[in-house]
Design a binder for this molecule. Structure first.
Ligand SMILES: Nc1ncnc2c1ncn2[C@@H]1O[C@H](COP(=O)(O)OP(=O)(O)O)[C@@H](O)[C@H]1O
Ligand SMILES: [Mg+2]
Length: 326
């Protein structure tokens, strides 16, 4: 399926948000470190799953890659170009090549536009097809995402949640992108249609040669679609590995806890490891202390963990773990 070429190389990516006004008399300004040194690669035609609890920085990572946010630091090398250094006026070709699919298809679709206008907007902006060809292209896209010609002149409110997400997917694919950032595309959908949409995304990937960054908040849905998975905690990656390897041999205590939380589908099967319930809450990402971000909840934490930030190290065959003690 893939060659060895990386389409995307994210290096030490950081995105800090300023919070508060810094106070009077030059008091120290606070930073919310939403993404704090994230590195990963995605090969052409592959899918990287990015997983972690709500608030850990997944969407900010995606939005910084597509330049909805300017990075605080680091690199986003897309097909050889560092997007963090491209001036705004030169971004249009990259805005065509990298598309996003959002969690809430209702909020992300303009309710006053017809399906044809929504899907066709990017085709027009990028001048890909015109006139009758453009309309044929829109019908073709509707067909590819499991909708019908007669849906073309309807408005988003006339569709179910799953159908709206299909419209969002057609809109993203209309401009023939190379990379699609899928930001929790199934989290808002009924469980019964989640698998349908994932299967459709996989078929579209094969047909159109797409590369995916697939964001999810738990590990239950990403195994099947992902070639590799990155587990994020509070702005940093805790562990990355090939999908099978991550499920078979999780090393980071946070990954183990996330895996233990996946419901076992068949009640007659008992899981090998019992559920690990983490103590405490996710700490604040505002001015986080030195050391491992997970230390306050970690069963293995030692003094070193509270002082020295662990970085990803290779534990063999590209299985990377950021932990002093595991
Ligand atoms: N535009 C913003 N301004 C300030 N803080 C933000 C902004 N967007 C996200 N955050 C904060 O950054 C952190 C990561 O958020 P987000 O990337 O949305 O996480 P996730 O997608 O993993 O749920 C959270 O603490 C969130 O409150
Ligand atoms: Mg998010």
């Amino acid at each position: 399926m893939s060659n060895q070429e990386n389409l995307l190389e994210v290096k030490n990516l950081r995105k800090y948000f300023k919070v508060g006004d810094g106070g009077l008399f030059g008091a120290k300004r606070s930073y919310l470190k939403a993404v704090d040194g994230v590195s990963f690669n995605i090969k052409k035609g592959e899918t990287l799953g990015l997983v972690g609890e709500s608030g850990c920085g997944k969407s900010t990572t995606g939005r910084t890659i597509v330049r909805l946010y300017d990075a605080t630091g680091g690199e986003v090398n897309f097909d050889g170009t560092d997007l963090t250094k491209v001036p705004e006026r030169d971004l249009l070709p990259f805005r065509k090549r990298i598309q996003m699919i959002f969690q809430d298809p209702y909020a992300s679709l303009n309710g006053r536009m017809t399906v044809t206008d929504i899907i066709g907007e990017g085709i027009t902006t990028h001048g890909i097809y015109h006139g009758a060809e453009r309309q044929e292209r829109i019908f073709d896209l509707l067909n590819r995402v499991g909708l019908k010609r007669e849906h073309a002149n309807r408005y988003p409110h006339e569709f179910s949640g799953g159908q709206r997400q299909r419209i969002g997917i057609a809109r993203a694919l209309a401009v023939e992108p190379d990379l699609v950032i899928c930001d929790e595309p199934i989290s808002a959908l009924d469980v019964s249609i989640q698998a349908q949409v994932v299967n459709m995304l996989e078929d579209l990937q094969d047909d159109m040669g797409l590369t995916y960054l697939f964001i999810a908040h738990d590990l239950s849905m990403v195994k099947h679609i992902s070639d590799r998975i990155g587990v994020m905690y509070l702005g940093m990656l805790a562990e990355t590995a090939e999908s099978e390897e991550l499920y078979r041999n999780p090393i980071h205590p946070y990954t183990k806890a996330l895996l233990s939380a996946i419901p076992v589908p068949d009640p007659k099967l008992t899981r090998q490891n019992k559920r690990i319930v983490l103590k405490g809450d996710v700490p604040s990402p505002i001015d986080p202390p030195e050391g491992c971000r997970f230390a306050s909840r970690c069963p293995l934490a030692s003094d070193k963990c509270r002082q020295v930030t662990p970085h990803l190290t290779d534990r063999g065959a590209g299985h990377m773990v950021a932990c002093h003690n595991a």
